[in-house]
Design a protein around this ligand. Structure first.
Ligand SMILES: [Zn+2]
Length: 480
């Protein structure tokens, strides 16, 4: 309770713009995050409520909650068999979580991929004849992130039956209080069989249209966000196949990303909601978040809803080609001071990006210096200097440098440096750059030894944690 009051007081005094109405000021009607819930098995309902509260604190009103493969389907147990440790598979709390989100003014869209990715890609383990066909004419190979399996051929009647029944079960039986769906077309594979091929997106669209109409029949105001691949007619990135050119119903919302679904001005004008989503808050730096928000504003989309993914699953396959990860639990951003069931979003390296998201989604043109000033004051107090704020940004940069979805920054992971060394990826120039980055963090650690506020103590503690990773034998790895 005491801590709660302290936090409230500090929020009131530290945030300079609370008096302004962030809803009115933002160019984006939809703000929030895309979170891969199904790959975060270790967090309980209370942790997820806290994550929702964080989204609210960041000015968010939308959560794209990826639940495919993360709920205990009665019809298709194979979809969660490999995810049995997931707290929601064990205790089925997403309905309560959605109610909590609503109490915070946040809408929740249930996310999944048609014919692919988590949950769905497990079905061909029982029914291998339904596997999609790769470009070489053979059945697709195993693929995934966390949940590995095979994407399905959408032309096969049994694939279609499975897909519609699984989506209905999720949307109508399990979580009817959700605000709609986010149907994420696959970014890694389509089916090149005789019936799909150039018509793949028409085939996929048959499912998308059917489930959308069923959702709207039950809840006319429901939001269903889909990819532009069914309407744009343009080449879909990565697949050598064109999008379908079906009639667009303006009730659909559209989802655009830098890597898999390029912005389309004509469709954006027609849709009632259009979301830009990139990986800046998850993988990159506040500068990237600002640039992404500006790009979204210039494109005229109605929302900026980027990824804030972190994982806590145990890898069963060589994620990103790294066999050394098999059997190990993913640790969000490599922050190994966290216990496995402690959600990571209040930790400083993520919190800095959350504040960046809050500020730049409210005003994409906010000068970076002003953001830095606000960041320093919010975390370190009224008297924070520019140098103090730069220390925060340097700490965040340490965790962002070369971070990938499944591997932490080399700067916080001697294990990764060791692997890079063995794989011949550690050039002298790279080592010199890492040494320079670590020297900056050592300076941060020294400057804040006599920390005065809780925020400054946190900054010092984490800087020291980074410094402590590099002693004696690990230090040798980076020697010239
Ligand atoms: Zn096919």
């Amino acid at each position: 309770m005491k801590l709660g009051i302290l936090l409230m007081v500090s929020a009131l005094t530290a945030a300079p713009s609370r008096a302004e109405d962030p809803q009115r000021e933002s160019p984006f009607a939809e703000r929030g995050y895309y979170i891969t819930f199904m790959r975060m098995p270790t967090y309980k309902l209370d942790d997820w409520k806290r994550i929702v509260d964080d989204i609210h604190d960041d000015g968010g009103n939308l959560l794209l909650l990826w639940v495919g493969g993360g709920f205990r389907s009665k019809k298709f147990p194979v979809t969660w068999k490999s995810n049995q440790e997931h707290e929601n598979v064990r205790h089925d709390f997403v309905r309560d979580l959605i109610d909590h989100a609503h109490s915070r003014g946040i809408k929740v869209l249930l996310s999944f991929t048609p014919f692919g990715y988590d949950g769905v890609n497990q079905y061909p383990l029982d029914r291998p004849e339904l596997r999609a066909i790769a470009r070489d004419g053979k059945p697709v190979r195993k693929f995934g992130i966390g949940c590995w399996g095979y994407n399905l051929c959408p032309s096969r009647p049994e694939s279609r039956r499975f897909m519609i029944e699984y989506a209905r079960e999720m949307a109508f039986d399990f979580y009817p209080n959700a605000d709609g769906l986010m149907i994420e077309s696959s970014d890694y594979a389509i089916c090149h069989c005789q019936d799909c091929g150039a018509r793949f997106f028409e085939r996929e669209f048959e499912f998308v249209k059917q489930i959308s109409q069923e959702v709207w029949a039950k809840k006319p105001e429901a939001t269903v966000v889909v990819y532009p691949h069914y309407f744009s007619g343009t080449e879909v990135p990565g697949f050598g196949v064109r999008a379908a050119k079906q009639a667009f119903d303006p009730r659909w919302g559209l989802f655009f990303t830098p890597h898999s679904a390029h912005l389309d001005a004509s469709l954006i004008r027609q849709a009632r909601a259009s979301l830009w989503s990139d990986d800046s808050p998850a993988l990159r730096r506040p500068q990237n978040i600002k640039a992404a928000a500006q790009r979204a504003k210039q494109a005229g989309v109605t929302g900026y809803v980027p990824s804030l993914e972190t994982f806590s699953f145990i890898a069963t396959e060589a994620e990103e080609g790294q066999a050394r990860l098999i059997g190990k639990r993913q640790v969000p951003l490599g922050m190994t001071w966290l216990s496995k069931d402690h959600q990571p979003y209040d930790e400083l390296p993520l919190k800095i990006n959350r504040i960046a998201y809050r500020e730049f989604s409210r005003n994409p043109d906010l000068p970076f210096d002003q953001f830095r000033h606000r960041l320093g004051r919010e975390i370190l107090g009224e008297n924070a200097t520019t140098e103090d704020a730069d220390d925060l940004l340097n700490l965040q940069a340490t965790f962002a440098e070369e971070r990938t979805w499944c591997q932490p920054s080399p700067l916080v992971s001697p294990e990764r440096i060791r692997a890079m060394n063995e794989q011949g990826l550690l050039s002298p120039a790279k080592k010199a750059r890492y040494r320079a980055s670590l020297d900056r963090i050592r300076a941060v650690e020294r400057r804040h030894r006599a920390a005065k506020s809780s925020g400054e103590r946190e900054l010092h503690r984490i800087a020291k944690w980074v410094v402590d990773q590099w002693q004696n034998e690990t230090q040798e790895l980076l020697a010239p």
